[in-house]
Each structure stands twice: as C-alpha cells, then as structure tokens.
Design a protein around this ligand. Structure first.
Ligand code: PRP
Ligand code: MN
Ligand code: MG
Length: 183
C-alpha cells in the first residue's frame, strides 16, 4: 500500500493498540462516577482513534462527532475555525472527552475547547493520540496524551496528506518526495 511514500514507521499497529488500551484504562479509572461519558471525535482525523478508543473503554460511552476547518492555508492552522458539522445534541451537564488524533499548533483544539466550554458540560477534557512539540506554545489543557512525537510530517491511522493515507493501520513519516514533487 502506498509503495515508497512512507519513509519510516514511527508508531506501529501494535504500539497504537497498546496505547489505546492504556489511555482507555486511564480515562476509565479517572471517571468512576455514574453516567455515560460523552466522546466528541473531531472529524476526520480522529475517526480511527475514536472507534478503537470507544471499544477499549470498559464502560459505556456515547459517540458524537464534530467537523471543523481552519480558514486560510491548508498546511498551517490560522486559529480561525469554522464548524462544518456541529454536535447533534446538547452537552450541558455531560462529562465530555474530546478525542483528537493530533495536536500540532494547538490552535484547532484551543478554539474548540472554548466553543464547547460555553455549552456548559459538567466536565471537559481532551484525549489525544499524538502531540507535537509546538503544541506546548499554545496553552491547551490536555489531560491525556498517547505519544509526544517529533516535528515531522506524519500520516496514517486517520492522519492525512491531501486526504490520502488515512487508511494506513500504522503511523508513518511521509517521504518528502510526496509533497515536493507537486503531483
Ligand atoms: C488536523 C488534525 C487536528 C488538527 C491539528 O486536522 O486532525 O484536528 O489538524 O492541528 P493544529 O493543532 O495545528 O490546529 P485537519 O484540519 O487536517 O482536518 P482532518 O482531521 O479532516 O484531516
Ligand atoms: Mn483533524
Ligand atoms: Mg488533515
């Protein structure tokens, strides 16, 4: 699949699976209270993580999705975010966990958290599979982080480059020839 486009496997399928179980256990341990957790997955990148994470949780959770898009250049976030698909339900009084695939600049999430907080959930936390170093420059309170990764272009397990590679079962670094060839 995608022959030659992937320079290296950064996080294997096995490592992802183990980390998803570990994160699910942590989140479950921290939420002994009654009532289902409400997971909010951020489309499209978080879709693989969201479905695996929900199935790894030992207690029931409900699944909601939002789709957002940054205005401006497609390669860097501008911090101005537009809602493409909003939640279907009111989250007031719910224990909400935002599920993200990656926090890069942190701008998407920082905007999203303010937006969700204004809807008065009982609690609002973030679980992200990946985080890049630049994310720490924006103050985004993230309770659960799977892997801190170097500042390289990564794809797979939901993460895309120009909408491709989301279907890879692992996370890999993209060979620079893919984005420099102008194909
Ligand atoms: C990616 C990724 C995060 C966001 C992180 O989504 O899935 O949602 O960027 O970037 P930031 O921390 O710099 O804001 P993208 O906007 O590419 O949409 P997608 O999930 O549909 O691929
Ligand atoms: Mn995304
Ligand atoms: Mg993307």
């Amino acid at each position: 699949m995608y022959d030659g486009d992937i320079a290296s496997v950064l996080i294997s399928e096995r490592q992802i699976k183990d980390k998803v179980s570990e994160l699910a256990k942590q989140v479950d341990d921290d939420h002994p209270q009654s009532g289902d957790l409400l997971l909010v997955g951020v489309l499209k990148g978080a879709v693989m993580f969201m479905t695996d994470f929900a199935r790894a949780l030992p207690h029931p959770a409900q699944l909601e999705f939002m789709a957002v898009s940054s205005y401006g250049s497609s390669t860097s976030s501008s911090g101005v975010v537009r809602i493409l698909k909003d939640l279907d339900r009111d989250i007031a009084g719910k224990n909400v966990v935002v599920v993200e695939d990656i926090i890069d600049s942190g701008l998407t999430l920082s905007w999203l958290l303010k937006n969700l907080a204004s809807r008065n959930p009982a609690s609002l936390e973030v679980c992200t599979l990946l985080r890049k170093p630049d994310a720490v420059q924006v103050d985004v309170p993230v309770r659960y982080v799977g892997f801190d990764i170097p500042n390289e272009f990564v794809v797979g397990y939901g993460l895309d480059y120009a909408e491709r590679y989301r279907d890879l079962p692992y996370i890999g670094t993209l060979d620079p020839k893919v984005y420099t060839s102008g194909a």
